[in-house]
Write a protein that binds this ligand. Structure first.
Ligand SMILES: C[S@@+](CC[C@H](N)C(=O)[O-])C[C@H]1O[C@@H](n2cnc3c(N)ncnc32)[C@H](O)[C@@H]1O
Length: 339
């Protein structure tokens, strides 16, 4: 497997570090994540042209491994900002030799990752947004309201701000806005008041219990664990998930070769709205209707159905799949890549 890439902490630029590619079977074995809509995604990439599939959220490489096995025309460059995921993925991808390489980077740094490898266009890209099961399940990562651990939530453990830093220092307005904007939390104001009142927090379960108490008793009985939305909102805030999505999608789309295919799996309405808007803007003509001449075709076509859902059987066996939506976009075969 080719060497991995790691962002320079000072500049955010990508630079080579072959030691980061070190992998072990232990890492691979302990990283258990069931890829969502695997069959649908592999079947779609089977029709992609020859070239590179950019897996922008490599995780444990579940999707990438299946694509490499089923699609001989594709090689994979996998990006992740979590070194634990990269280590597990590296171990699983080793068997594919030079067909697979990894890069420790944020997905909005994808241009640097590709430029560094002199890759101009890609045959496809995949974003499988959010967190992996091991990130959620390991108490010491601090993502889970169920497991007691430090209130951390950073996907990249070298990132400067933890969830504790945010809840212990942000204003009431900033906390309420994060809960509302990132997770549509209806009790954002009440929860923010309780957090400001009871802080500082050090652990996940301390925060979870204050959030539960802040929610009216009747509302606690519906819609899953009452702290679920607050934890989702804080994770999105700490990892800046929504702000970097649009530029990353635009950069990936610009790199698609003719016939190339981009797929995105979303898990909540905030990220799905962004993907829907970007794909719609790229695949619909902005020429006014009623012109005397036929306006030029757009370069891209959105996949139909516009938002595909996992089968009932998958939703039953994989709880992570229940909120998933798959959206896709292809660059029409007759168009070129913008300079
Ligand atoms: C849902 S998991 C991907 C699982 C993967 N498809 C598989 O089959 O194993 C999402 C992964 O994306 C990574 N990630 C999320 N946002 C990222 C970003 N902005 N830049 C780089 N990696 C990111 C997370 O660290 C996590 O490992």
């Amino acid at each position: 497997m080719a060497e991995s890439t790691r962002p320079n902490a000072q500049s955010g630029q990508a630079s080579n570090d072959s030691t980061a590619a070190a992998s072990s079977h232990a890492a691979s074995a302990s990283f258990s994540h069931q890829p969502v809509m695997l069959h649908e995604i592999v079947a779609l990439f089977a029709g992609a042209p020859e070239g590179v599939l950019l897996d922008c959220t490599l995780g444990g490489a579940g999707h990438s491994v299946a694509v490499l096995e089923a699609c001989p025309q594709l090689s994979v460059i996998g990006i992740d900002r979590d070194p634990d995921a990269l280590s597990a993925a590296g171990a699983r991808l080793q068997v594919f030799g030079s067909r697979a390489s990894t890069a420790r980077a944020r997905f909005d740094q994808l241009d640097e990752v590709l430029d560094e490898r002199a890759v101009e266009t890609i045959a496809g890209f995949l974003f499988d947004l959010g967190v992996s099961s091991p990130q959620l399940d390991r108490a010491d990562r601090g993502f889970s309201f169920r497991h007691d651990g430090p209130l951390d939530m950073r996907m990249d453990p070298d990132a400067p701000r933890t969830a504790a830093d945010f809840v212990n220092s942000a204003s009431h307005g900033e906390i309420a806005s994060a809960l509302k904007h990132n997770a549509d939390e209806r009790f954002a104001g009440r929860i923010a008041s309780a957090i400001v009142d009871k802080r500082p927090f050090e652990t996940t379960t301390e925060l979870a219990s204050v959030v539960v108490d802040a929610i009216p008793a009747a509302a606690r009985r519906t819609g899953g664990h009452p702290a679920k939305r607050t934890f989702q909102a804080l994770r999105i805030e700490v990892n800046d998930e929504l702000d970097m999505l649009t530029p990353a999608l635009e950069a990936a789309i610009d790199r698609l070769a003719p016939g190339g295919l981009g797929l995105v799996l979303t898990y909540h309405s905030g990220e799905d709205r962004i993907v829907k808007r970007v794909f719609r803007d790229r695949s619909t003509s902005d020429a006014p209707v009623g012109l005397p001449i036929t306006p030029a075709e757009t370069d891209f076509t959105a996949l139909r159905p516009l938002a595909q859902r996992p089968t009932d059987a998958e939703q039953e066996t994989n709880p992570r799949a229940r909120s998933a939506r798959l959206r896709g976009l292809t660059r029409n075969a007759s168009t070129g890549v913008a300079a």
